[in-house]
Ligand binder design. Structure first.
Ligand SMILES: [Mg+2]
Length: 414
């Protein structure tokens, strides 16, 4: 079996409402690039990567000459072919490698008639639990719905998600408003959802002192962890020395060199494994095994997925023994997906690990065409800009917080 073709299509899929974060905003949609790797025996494996748009499509086109004629089972060789660590000094293709690895694993699963989880060690669980991923949200530009800005709106949103999807863990994405305002919001969540687990992530924009104040004020809550309160492995180490709440990261332990540094001189308690950031599902499995040996916690990070990447997260969550926290997913903010059958369903806060061969998801060609057309019409969006604060640039540590009294609705097409 040999690779015959590689295709990439960028899509723009709408969200319920724009998601605000420390660097800016997801402007009412996710831009993702869908990758198809086709073999000479007619199999098509699926991959997905983040919002590079035309640049991502061109990168995959450029890789075609590397990949055509290769055996999709040679996954270790693929790692050096696409993302050799020394060549990566000039051309970091870790996330590109991830999308190709997903597609090759999908092909192997289809060829061998087993789900990807069974190739990578076999499932330990049939469902993967997820956290409700709560964002401060701007109102939807079309109808003014979906705003999350006040404590009351946040609590109502979390309760609604719990009722609809069954979540019992809740992650609040902060770093938008001043820490004292977000602390009050987090406390309101804890009071409204007694017994549920909580986590908070300000995307590394606080000073150590702000992190200390916040971390100490939440010690009595059901925290899984405080995620990236400050930036940098050394910054996190200093916060770690001063706080009792466990610390997690998806920013400064995202490769094996950093994982080794964290083991030699710990700064992070819980490593959030991202199938894209680490270069595939298999590197995440390897990293989880290292964390198991040294007794660090692991969980599954979300970088804004559609159904293909969600499937990679499900297969990963199914097989790692030390997966003791609910996974993160932006998925419930999406209004649609590009996979056959529509969006995957939550039951009791969990999503079932796909049973069919490979990743277990197939493309809905009509949806891909519809959302590819949407991307052509709308183009990319500025992830690191706020639609209502043109020219704003957050610093680290940040002091240029948004105003929680600002009720304006951004005018965004999506
Ligand atoms: Mg994070």
């Amino acid at each position: 079996m040999k690779i015959k073709d590689v295709r990439a299509t960028t899509v723009s899929v709408p969200l319920e409402a724009p998601l605000r974060h420390a660097n800016g905003c997801h402007w009412g949609r996710f831009v993702r690039t869908i990758v198809e790797v086709e073999t000479d025996n007619g199999l098509v494996g699926l991959g997905e990567t983040g919002g590079g748009g035309e640049a991502a499509e061109a990168t995959f086109r450029g890789l075609k000459s590397y990949l055509v004629g290769r055996d999709p089972a040679r996954l270790e060789e693929l790692r050096f072919l696409i993302s050799n660590p020394t060549a990566s000094l000039y051309n970091d293709r870790t996330q590109i490698l991830a999308a190709i690895e997903f597609a090759c694993l999908d092909i192997l699963g289809q060829a061998w008639r087993v789900p990807v989880a069974e190739i990578l060690g076999g499932r330990l669980r049939d469902q993967v639990p997820f956290a409700s991923y709560l964002f401060f949200r701007y109102p939807n530009s079309a109808d003014g719905t979906g705003e999350v800005r006040t404590e009351e709106q946040l609590v109502a949103h979390a309760r609604d998600l719990k009722r609809r999807y069954g979540f019992s863990t809740h992650k609040l994405k902060g770093g938008v408003f001043a820490p004292a305002y977000e602390l009050a919001c987090y406390r309101a969540l804890a009071a409204a959802l007694p017994g549920d687990r909580l986590r908070f992530d300000p995307n590394a924009v606080w000073s150590t002192e702000q992190a200390m104040e916040f971390g100490r004020a939440i010690e009595n809550l059901n925290n899984d962890y405080l995620e990236d309160p400050v930036f940098g492995l050394n910054g996190m180490r200093r916060a770690h020395q001063k706080l009792r709440v466990p610390l997690a990261t998806n920013t400064v332990v995202v490769n094996f060199e950093q994982l080794a540094a964290n083991i030699l001189d710990p700064a992070i308690d819980v490593v959030l494994l991202d199938t894209t950031f680490w270069g595939g599902i298999r590197p995440c499995v390897k990293a989880a095994a290292i964390c198991e040996t040294f007794q660090f916690g692991v969980s599954v990070h979300s970088s804004g997925e559609l159904g293909i990447q969600l499937a990679t997260m499900l297969h990963l969550g199914a097989i790692i023994p030390n997966f003791t926290f609910a996974a993160d997913a932006h998925y419930h903010h999406l209004v649609d997906d590009i996979i056959l059958g529509g969006k995957m369903r939550y039951e009791g806060g969990s999503i079932a690990v796909p049973d069919s061969p490979g990743l277990g998801v197939m493309l809905d060609r009509d949806k891909v065409a519809k959302y590819a057309e949407a991307y052509k019409r709308l183009g990319p969006y500025a992830y690191d800009q706020d639609p209502l604060r043109p020219g704003w640039t957050p610093t680290i540590p940040n002091s240029r917080w948004a105003d929680p009294e600002d009720e304006r609705i951004p005018k965004i097409s999506f």
